[in-house]
Design a protein around this ligand. Structure first.
Ligand SMILES: [Zn+2]
Length: 199
């Protein structure tokens, strides 16, 4: 899928996830008053989901995110290739371990100076972690709908997709992609309007 589709689907799926598990706090549409803290938490949550929804394509220098990362993205594409590690379960696992490791390192360095991170900061980092991870998962699922499929079990090169027959899947950037993206947005929009999904 193209970057804009990933972003739109990721953010819309983010609405559904947040409505189910309230990662960014209670829904604004149900709150009697809306504290600024809640609005900030929602904004951070959606920025993180959006970033995650674009992140796997950092392995493509011509993608929306790849263009922003310039030479980093070109190097990744050169070394790993497009749709390899960054579109696999191993990539999700390594990325998660890297993020958790970085968090533990920061906590350790703070502890060495006799400091501890406030609980609110810890909650925020957990929210950002899960939001980015969710965005990445949605990205990979969406790419699985395209003709090329995704190498879920990389370094095993076998590509997976849905429907299993690639002939039934669409080519990135063609009309079925936009039908899927906008149908999903409209469905979630109806869900919000009917009070089945909360923001
Ligand atoms: Zn991708």
């Amino acid at each position: 899928m193209v970057g804009r589709s990933h972003l739109l689907i990721g953010l819309t799926a983010g609405v559904v996830l947040d409505s189910l598990v309230h990662l960014s706090g209670p829904p604004i549409t149900l709150a009697p008053s809306v504290p600024l803290k809640l609005v900030v938490a929602k904004a951070i949550y959606y920025v993180a989901v959006g970033f995650g929804a674009l992140l796997p394509d950092i392995d493509n220098a011509h993608s929306t995110l790849g263009r922003k990362f310039g030479w980093i993205s070109r190097e990744i594409q050169h070394i790993a290739g497009h749709r390899t590690l960054f579109h696999s379960l191993l990539g999700l696992l390594l990325g998660s371990l890297l993020a958790l490791g970085a968090q533990q390192l920061v906590l350790y360095l703070l502890a060495m100076r006799g400091l501890s991170a406030p609980a609110s900061l810890m909650n925020a980092t957990h929210m950002i972690f899960f939001a980015v991870l969710f965005g990445c998962v949605v990205h990979i699922l969406c790419d699985a709908l395209t003709e090329g499929g995704v190498p879920l079990l990389w370094p095993n090169p076998k590509r997976f997709g849905f429907p299993p027959n690639p002939k039934w899947r669409f080519r990135t950037g063609t009309w079925p992609e936009y039908v899927i993206v906008w149908s999903f947005i409209v469905l979630v929009g109806i869900g919000i309007w009917q009070n089945v999904i909360y923001i």
